[in-house]
Design a protein around this ligand. Structure first.
Ligand code: SF4
Length: 368
């Protein structure tokens, strides 16, 4: 069975997703790479940097997490960082080439007294010319509205796994709580970053279930992090069996096919992947990474190692100055589209390395 390659669907059936996973590896990668090239510049990778703004002592019991107060992981706890400290880190990230700055706090949900600090961080990081992303736990619709008003671009809230496997991983919040937060974020007009974690002892049915949930949301998350479990000593998942790296690549490929216009992000677990596995993930349609030496509290490949890998693979980071995401920049975007015209393929890409909507392409075509 082959998926339609040029449509964005929200009605994926389990059997269709199963069939994609079951394809011979090369066929699956070819299909995913073809979908990727229809919608993006296949050699452009969006780069984000992530900072933990409040670390550890989280009341939730996510079985994979070093920050949960339920497990003894010897993690050093930190209170909410001062706004100035966050701004210094954001400046450094920008200098290293990040276009988006993600700030994460180990909370069940933000308290009212935390909100003014968090909103201030959003305003000031945004004023530096960086896109902003936060992950603060569950949000009410009021909190989502406040973050939107402060100018937050993205909110991260993962579904983690399938609804069926979920109770094996977390007991302190429900799957529906997560879906509610995603709905509040979407309704507030903030872009959604939502994905999951692979290799937590789930089986392929659960990976299918997770991707089906994400792909059948009313709008696809703009960003879909696919994490490989990082086994943390002291957590209940510390000794779980390793996942076959090809199954991870398959999961990335299927995510790319199901959500063709989303940025599929290689997130936690890159440190444990060799360069070949990462290269296969890029080929399968991953086009976003976290860049920086720490990914919340787990190691991330050193920034220099990423630079070398990008050079070896001929990949380039999206230019933060070019990266644009709102209607107001359409004029500039169209100019960049024209500049990037590739006469050999007839393809156009916009400033985000993304294939513009058909009406934009049509407009360009009639102008030439
Ligand atoms: S994943 Fe988030 S909510 Fe869960 S324990 Fe860790 S910090 Fe808390």
């Amino acid at each position: 069975m082959s998926a339609p390659m040029d449509s964005v669907r929200h009605d994926w059936q389990r059997a269709e997703i199963e069939a994609l996973f079951a394809l011979p590896f090369n066929d699956l990668l070819f299909q995913a790479a073809s979908v990727h090239r229809q919608h993006f510049d296949a050699n452009a990778v969006q780069v984000s940097t992530l900072l933990s703004i409040k670390t550890g002592a989280c009341p939730e019991d996510c079985k994979y997490c070093s920050q949960s107060g339920h497990y003894n992981t010897e993690l050093e706890k930190e209170k909410l960082l001062e706004v100035q400290k966050v701004l210094e880190e954001a400046r450094a990230a920008k200098e290293k080439g990040a276009s988006r700055f993600c700030m994460g706090a180990a909370w069940r949900s933000p308290r009212d007294k935390d909100m003014p600090y968090v909103l201030d961080m959003v305003r000031q990081v945004k004023a530096m010319g960086l896109e902003t992303c936060m992950t603060l736990g569950m949000l009410t619709d009021e909190q989502a509205g406040e973050l939107a008003e402060a100018g937050l671009d993205y909110y991260n809230h993962n579904l983690d796994t399938s609804p069926e496997y979920y109770s094996q991983i977390i007991s302190t919040r429900t799957y529906n709580d997560r879906l509610d937060t995603l709905a509040h974020v979407r309704d507030a007009g903030i872009k959604v970053c939502a994905g999951g974690i692979i290799g937590m002892g789930e089986d392929r049915n659960d990976r299918i279930g997770l991707l089906q949930q994400l792909a059948n949301l009313p709008a696809h998350p703009e960003s879909v992090p696919i994490n490989m479990l990082v086994k943390i000593k002291g957590t209940p998942l510390a000794e779980v069996d390793d996942l076959d790296p090809f199954e991870f690549v398959r999961t990335v490929a299927v995510a790319r096919i199901l959500m063709p216009e989303s940025y599929v992000r290689l997130s936690a677990g890159r440190q444990e992947m060799n360069d070949q596995t990462q290269a296969l993930c890029f080929m399968a349609g991953a086009n976003s990474i976290f860049y920086g030496e720490r990914l919340l509290t787990t190691d991330n490949p050193e920034t220099n190692a990423d630079r070398v890998l990008f050079q070896r693979l001929g990949l380039h980071a999206l230019d933060p100055r070019q990266e644009c995401s709102d209607e107001a920049t359409e004029g500039a975007l169209l100019d960049t589209v024209a500049a990037r015209e590739n006469p050999a393929s007839g393809l156009y890409y916009d400033a985000m390395g993304k294939r513009p909507a058909k009406d934009v392409l049509k407009k360009r075509a009639t102008e030439h």
